[in-house]
Write a protein that binds this ligand. Structure first.
Ligand code: FES
Length: 556
């Protein structure tokens, strides 16, 4: 499926490039017919060369065949409005474009008719303006089809929201300039046509098709249209037959509130939701690219086919729990019960948001850090100096945390809380936390050396790390939402950070961290700590100097 998607995307990019250059060539009409002709020389040098021809007609063929295949493969024709529009335009365009392609490229190829701008503009502007209007409409629809495709392809990219206004401006400007160029060329040709003998001379010089050639071109056009229509009807009949067979193998899919959908075999969970009219988020239109359709499999997980590599990658990217699947990629073969995880109204910007948005219990490493003696130091400084210093300190420790793969969660006073392993799990998270601790101490030491003249004594930092279960979720209100964790693990990590004062150590780390990270800390002193409001004790290792920690690998 990935290969199909890449092929389709590659073909779409070739066609988009062709259309863009075609429009740019038309826009030169705003300068003159001669400028258009000069532009056309370069245009043809590219697209009528052997590689250009192969790329263009290969792209048309691949794009067309894959579109028909996707139409056949689609379980239900219920789809969001934008997707329906994209499909409808895609199916309409071959029938519209064939007229122009046959009278230009095919006429040139079969009869040596030169499709120069004066001849084509004369035909579309003066001799049969209704064909001109249809051609303008065809190009506008092709551009709209391409624009929708580009928008829905790129909108998950982090940079897209910034680039979108610029891209939209270009998308609007280019066809407008092309249309104005065509109008200007039309006027210029009208002027030229007033000159007695100009039209005849131009038609003769360009070997314009005569009645016999025109009749043969019309036959080619009809042949193509018939073939296209037969292919389309064939696909629809094949769809119908496949669905008739599939209906015999129907499966039951349970939804929250006891709702049950009986879907034909082969349907994906998203297809079943659409079939039953159950609102279901599907920002990418069911192409396995956004993760917004994901569902928790409440019952029957073991009966599902294993996820494909592509689905696995998307699920890993959002840190999905083991019982979560993409509804658009999962085709149940037996009864299952599911629970959609995202609201149907989810926005594209929320695609790839982690499940942590809903709050989810998971194992992760939590790190607390605190600057020793900061309160005393701040008492002797101007408030502006304190702000300057704190920002430098937060930059040093924040950089260390994010570079190691963690998420800085809270900066309070001189304290920092960070989470590791939200998406990668507790093993890597624990190693990341240890690596971050080492880098944080190095960063603070470097800052201390840099500000030595301002600081009475070197900066010291105390760090506590614990790994265990916590509920991770986005919390807050209005604009102030942030990812955080709550629960016993957080509580314990904070207690370990406080214990660094008692032991005059840079790091106190629980045995759970060492176990998850598979790091041998046996050479560091072991202690059992009591944590307020918590039964039992926590086994910890006290690391006086973080530099003496063994190196850890951050590979997954
Ligand atoms: S709808 Fe986008 S991944 Fe399923």
């Amino acid at each position: 499926m990935i290969v199909v998607r890449r092929l389709r995307l590659g073909a779409a990019y070739v066609l988009l490039l062709y259309l863009t250059l075609h429009f740019a060539n038309h826009a030169l009409g705003l300068i003159s017919l001669d400028a258009m002709a000069a532009g056309r020389w370069w245009f043809l040098a590219l697209w009528r060369s052997a590689p250009g021809t192969l790329a263009l007609y290969g792209a048309i063929t691949v794009h067309g065949i894959l579109a028909l295949w996707l139409l056949y493969d689609r379980r239900t024709l219920r789809m969001p409005a934008w997707e329906a529009c994209q499909y409808a335009l895609g199916l309409l365009l071959p029938a519209l474009l064939v007229v122009h392609v046959v009278s230009t490229r095919i006429a040139w190829w079969r009869f040596g008719a030169e499709d120069s701008y004066p001849r084509i503009v004369l035909g579309l502007w003066m001799l049969s303006p209704e064909h001109g209007a249809r051609q303008v409409l065809t190009l506008a629809l092709a551009w709209l089809h391409a624009g929708i495709g580009v928008h829905y392809w790129l909108r998950f990219r982090p940079w897209y929201s910034r680039a979108a206004p610029w891209l939209f401006t270009v998308a609007l400007l280019l066809p407008t300039l092309a249309l104005l160029g065509f109008v200007a060329a039309g006027r210029e040709v009208s002027e030229l046509a007033r000159t007695p003998g100009w039209t005849e001379a131009m038609l003769s010089a360009t070997h314009a098709p005569g009645p016999t050639e025109a009749a043969r071109l019309a036959t080619i056009r009809r042949g193509f249209l018939d073939a296209y229509l037969i292919a389309l009807v064939g696909v629809m009949i094949a769809r119908g037959l496949t669905h008739l067979v599939a209906r015999r193998r129907s499966i039951r899919i349970g939804y929250p509130n006891g709702r049950v959908v009986i879907a034909p075999g082969g349907f994906s969970i998203l297809d079943a939701s659409r079939l039953a009219g159950i609102p279901h988020a599907s920002v990418c239109g069911g192409r396995g690219r956004c993760s917004t359709c994901r569902v928790r499999i409440v019952d029957g997980y073991q009966n599902l086919p294993a996820p494909s590599e592509a689905e696995r990658r998307v699920l890993a990217r959002v840190g999905a729990a083991p019982d979560v699947r993409l509804a658009c990629q999962t085709h149940p073969v037996q009864e299952v019960s599911v629970e959609p995880l995202l609201a149907p109204s989810v926005a594209p910007s929320e695609a790839f948001g982690t499940d942590a948005r809903q709050g989810r219990e998971q194992e992760l490493a939590v790190l607390f850090a605190d600057l020793r003696g900061f309160t005393r130091m701040a008492e002797n400084k101007l408030p502006y100096d304190v702000v300057f210093f704190l920002n430098r300190y937060f930059e040093a420790v924040g950089t260390a945390i994010t570079r190691a793969g963690g998420v800085t969660n809270q900066f309070t006073g001189d304290g920092v809380m960070a989470l590791f392993g939200i998406e990668s799990g507790p093993a890597l998270g624990s190693r990341q936390a240890l690596a971050a601790a080492r880098a944080m101490v190095e960063g603070v030491n470097a800052l201390s050396a840099e500000l030595a003249t301002d600081l009475g004594s070197p900066l010291r930092i105390g760090i506590g790390i614990h790994t265990g279960p916590a509920v991770v979720g986005r919390m807050g209100w209005g604009e102030s939402f942030y990812l955080t964790a709550v629960g016993d693990t957080v509580h314990v990590a904070a207690r370990l950070e406080q214990a660094t004062k008692d032991y005059a150590a840079e790091l106190v780390v629980s045995e759970d961290v060492a176990r998850h990270a598979a790091v041998d800390l046996s050479r560091f002193p072991a202690h059992d700590l009591t944590v307020r409001n918590r039964a039992g004790q926590i086994a910890v290792r006290v690391v006086e100097r973080v530099a003496s920690l063994p190196a850890v690998s951050l590979r997954t």
